[in-house]
Design a protein around this ligand. Structure first.
Ligand code: NDP
Ligand code: 2IT
Length: 453
């Protein structure tokens, strides 16, 4: 990919990137995530010469530990299947490794490493004491019975339990892992370890250690962040047409918060197509279709008058003021960015991790579109996970309102921090650089203070 050309990096960082390419052949997503960070932290190299002397850059791109394991399980007919499980414990400078688990057939080491790498800087931006990690399996939950999901989760945790703990590594959900899976995972951990370690997983049920507002947190946090960006441009969500890709946990609660703030969400999607509903998505129906009945957006369309299910083209073909990609990596390529720009989009904020390709980011930024990278704008989920850990440590539970208020304040603070870092380093308005610079500096300084680790 031409714009991952290392000659664009600061000379000191070119060799770092080359060694990442050499040591991790074929890991395209991991290369992409590392390149984006190295591209934007160039100004630090001269200002902080000690980082070079201490091989800080070389150390931060190498995970502290990578675990891969066999996950055997039987389906309802008794047939045996084998999947591959992962946990990448990337960086513990700021706290226990923290990050979600993804169950999706596309999962591989490159994807888990890109997610774990981004998680380091995202978690740093939250201001809370959490390091970075990620895990998952190449397991496809689609079409599986509850009993099959449970047996898979139990087998996965039978190995994972020896690597995690409330002060060591604290997994949570991501694609394909929600409340149901966290329940089965927690049950198996408790059974093997004989410990009710509430703080070992986040995203738990509300009666057994979960936090209010964790389910809503990533989507709500995304919209709180985007709202700050709009405010900075003298506008708001009121009256805006909004397109949200995906229809999972992040997308549903992003759509709900947009509509609470006066915007209209005209479309959501899944991997088979998108649904257009010019009257505004009916959130209760969407939740019923996706969360309760575990159906598809095509089922939403067939149950909602005036809604249309589309399989041709892309959701980004729809004219809108705000676009919120909330499905998966590289789902918004440069062609889509160009269409959005032509149609007058004002803001793109990422709910998913790395949904916008490098070329698309450049196109949006050069066209003057306000663009927020996921590691800033989707940090509300992991931030609320850290709030869940705080509640677990205190053996207490806060109200929805109190937790949501803390989440809102954290997103406002991340916005302020990213804007300030971009200003300080001479790239005002560049949220990518702002997020990477602010996130990186805190982790790097902690690593310096902790010696050669
Ligand atoms: P869910 O599993 O709840 O939903 C995922 C949604 O994205 C589904 O609509 C799914 O459609 C769609 N999707 C997934 N993979 C693909 C693909 N390869 N192509 C097209 N569509 C796809 O996951 P979440 O909502 O939790 O996660 C969405 C994104 O947000 C991910 O990038 C995740 O890393 C990120 N994120 C999640 C956080 C959280 O707290 N959950 C926190 C921060 C970021 P289909 O059903 O057809 O597969
Ligand atoms: O990408 C993410 O930040 C998440 N999937 C949430 C991680 C967490 O630990 O809550």
């Amino acid at each position: 990919m031409s714009n991952l050309d290392s000659s664009r990096l600061s000379p000191r960082l070119q060799s770092v990137y080359q060694s990442v390419l050499d040591a991790n052949p074929g890991q395209a997503e991991f290369h992409q995530a590392v390149f984006e960070v190295l591209l934007t932290i160039g100004p630090i190299v001269d200002r902080r010469p000690e980082y070079s002397d201490l091989a800080l850059y070389e150390r931060i791109v190498e995970p502290e530990r990578q675990i891969m394991f066999r996950v055997p399980w039987t389906d309802d007919s008794g047939k045996i299947h084998v999947n591959r499980g992962f946990r990448v414990e990337f960086n513990s400078a700021l706290g226990p490794y923290k990050g979600g688990l993804r169950f999706h057939p596309t999962v591989n080491l490159s994807i888990i490493k890109f997610l774990g790498f981004e998680q380091i800087f995202k978690n740093s931006l939250t201001g809370l004491p959490i390091g970075g990690g990620k895990g998952g399996a190449n397991f496809d939950p689609k079409g599986k019975s509850d009993a099959e999901i449970m047996r898979f989760c139990q087998s996965f945790m039978t190995e994972l339990q020896r690597h995690i703990g409330p002060d060591t590594d604290v997994p949570a959900g991501d694609i394909g892992v929600g409340g149901r899976e966290i329940g089965y995972l927690f049950g198996q951990y408790k059974r093997i370890r004989n410990r009710f370690d509430a703080g070992v997983l986040t995203g738990k049920g509300l009666t057994w250690g979960g936090s209010y507002a964790r389910t809503e947190a990533t989507g709500y946090g995304l919209v709180y962040y985007a709202d700050e960006m709009l405010k900075a441009r003298g506008t708001s969500f009121d009256g805006k047409k909004v397109v949200v890709s995906g229809s999972g946990n992040v997308a549903i609660y992003a759509a709900q918060k947009v509509q609470q703030l006066g915007g209209t969400v005209i479309a959501v999607s899944d991997s088979s197509g998108y649904v257009v509903d010019q009257n505004g998505i009916d959130i209760e129906l969407l939740k019923d279709v996706k969360e309760v009945r575990r159906l598809r957006v095509s089922d939403y369309a067939s149950e909602r008058e005036g809604a249309e299910f589309v399989t041709k083209g892309s959701i980004w073909d729809l004219p809108c003021d705000v676009a919120l990609p909330c499905a998966t990596q590289n789902e918004l390529p440069v062609e889509a960015a160009e269409t959005l720009i032509r149609n007058g989009v004002q803001l793109v904020a990422e709910g998913a991790n790395m949904p916008t390709t490098p070329e698309a980011i450049e196109a949006l930024q050069s066209a003057g579109v306000a663009y927020a990278p996921g590691k800033a704008s989707n940090a509300g989920g992991v931030a609320t996970s850290a709030l869940e850990m705080q509640q677990n440590s205190g053996r207490t539970q806060w109200s929805f309102e109190e937790t949501d208020q803390k989440l809102h304040q954290i997103m406002v603070d991340i916005h302020t921090q990213t804007v300030a870092a971009a200003d300080e380093y001479g790239v005002p308005g560049d949220y990518v650089a702002g997020a990477n610079l602010a996130g990186f500096l805190k982790v790097a300084d902690a690593m310096v203070a902790q010696g050669l680790i």
